[in-house]
Design a binder for this molecule. Structure first.
Ligand SMILES: [Zn+2]
Length: 412
């Protein structure tokens, strides 16, 4: 087939790909480690230099974090890397990855080791330093092909995916609206299964404030923040099972103090997952009602922080078209049939879908046990997955494949 010499070139890159993954993974880039993320971005920029794209490093607006004592703290993220090639092309592809990992700089898990010839255990080898190398190699392959001139592309590598992409979300949204197809390099499952539909997710902190008083002498003058918050939490937990696929997880509770004081402060954190935009509206409405009900009790105020940072990603027609095309690429390469499975987890694929961009978000390596010290990469999947993405890119660029329609229901 026409694409054969390029795919063969990718196979020759296998050893180099692995070396690059190990070098990237041995650099700590926990989401809060700004200096570590800068180092990873430097290295990625080197790896991408042969692509001839325009490079920008964008510093993001600070994100606010609600502390356990109710204080709000501004925190800085690392730089976002944006690379753009042929921005005026008629057809454009957006490729997204993240430079951060879930392992903080003081975590015990910092370096890679081989478990056997085909398995490497290491921080971020699958999620997603392996995926970043797959992405860059596939683009290098595209740029070596004669089809490259037909399309434009943009890479966004954000530093805050593992903490919800709040600071990078506006850049993802802007890029998604200007592109025709989205590709994200989160890991596939070990057997090559991809993520299909994804639930939306919101993280919230609910703060209750009451009035302190002596528990013995003037109990009647106090307003108990813990009791009020507990009433709100009971109502929140009661939403489980009331709307198909919507789940509420009460995750953390803090507040109160000595036994002889009516507590005037309590805080709880919770997560809501929703399968559809309609489910999200329902959850938002219920949440507002609960806050209004308990927050108007005499002497009690409730403060709600947080939002749905990830909208649900629904498998609509455009996504089906794109998956069908990827399946045909897999078949051309002799891979086992590529399955897609719905998941309650979310990623930047949710953000791109919310901006109307059909995307496949697990084009990275095959691997598993991510977010744990058992995280692993299956080494032979590096060139395998780079070939898969390169073929997808080349078929789209060659006009051999139909481009998916843009989704019609775009959230504003
Ligand atoms: Zn990831």
């Amino acid at each position: 087939m026409t694409y054969h010499p390029i795919l063969e070139w990718i196979e020759q890159q296998q050893d180099k790909m692995l070396a690059n993954v190990l070098a990237l993974s041995n650099l700590n880039s926990g989401s809060a480690n700004v200096a570590g993320i800068e180092q990873v971005v430097d290295r990625l920029s080197d790896l991408a230099s042969s692509l001839g794209a325009t490079e920008e490093r964008i510093s993001l607006a600070p994100r606010s974090e609600v502390l356990d004592n109710g204080q709000i703290l501004e925190k800085q993220s690392g730089p976002l890397l944006r690379l753009t090639k042929r921005p005026n092309a008629n057809r454009r592809i957006l490729l997204v990855g993240h430079s951060d990992t879930v392992y903080p700089v003081d975590h015990a898990f910092q370096t890679c080791r081989h478990l056997d010839d085909n398995t490497v255990n290491g921080p971020g080898v699958a999620d997603m330093k392996g995926g970043l190398v797959v992405m860059l190699t596939a683009l290098q392959a595209l740029e070596r092909s004669r089809f490259a001139e037909n399309i434009g592309w943009q890479i966004i590598i954000n530093p805050d995916e593992e903490i919800g992409s709040f600071a990078s979300a506006p850049y993802l949204d802007e890029a998604a609206r200007a592109a025709d197809v989205g590709m994200i390099f989160e890991p596939a499952l070990a057997d090559g299964t991809l993520a299909g539909a994804r639930k939306g997710s919101g993280n919230f902190s609910l703060i209750a404030r009451g009035k302190a008083a002596h528990a013995g002498r003037e109990h009647h003058l106090g307003r108990n923040a813990i009791a009020a918050l507990a009433r709100a939490m009971t109502l929140l937990d009661g939403l489980n099972g009331q709307h198909e696929g919507v789940t509420i997880n009460l995750a953390k509770l803090t507040g109160g103090g000595p036994n002889n004081v009516v507590p005037d402060f309590a805080l709880c954190r919770f997560n809501i997952r929703v399968p559809t935009p309609e489910g999200q509206s329902w959850a938002e409405e219920q949440l507002a009602q609960i806050v209004a009900r308990i927050g108007t009790e005499e002497g009690i105020t409730l403060e709600l922080h947080g939002a749905f940072g990830r909208q649900p990603k629904v498998m609509d027609k455009a996504h089906e078209q794109l998956f069908a095309l990827l399946r045909s690429c897999g078949a051309d390469l002799g891979l086992p049939p590529i399955e897609a499975k719905a998941t309650g987890g979310c990623c930047d694929g949710n953000n791109l879908a919310a901006a109307g961009l059909a995307n496949i978000d697990t084009l990275g390596v095959r691997g598993g046990a991510i977010h744990s010290t058992d995280e692993f990469l299956l080494v032979d999947s590096l060139s395998e997955r780079a070939k898969l993405t390169a073929l997808l890119l080349m078929k789209l660029a060659a006009g051999e494949a139909n481009w998916p329609d843009r989704a019609t229901s775009v959230s504003e």
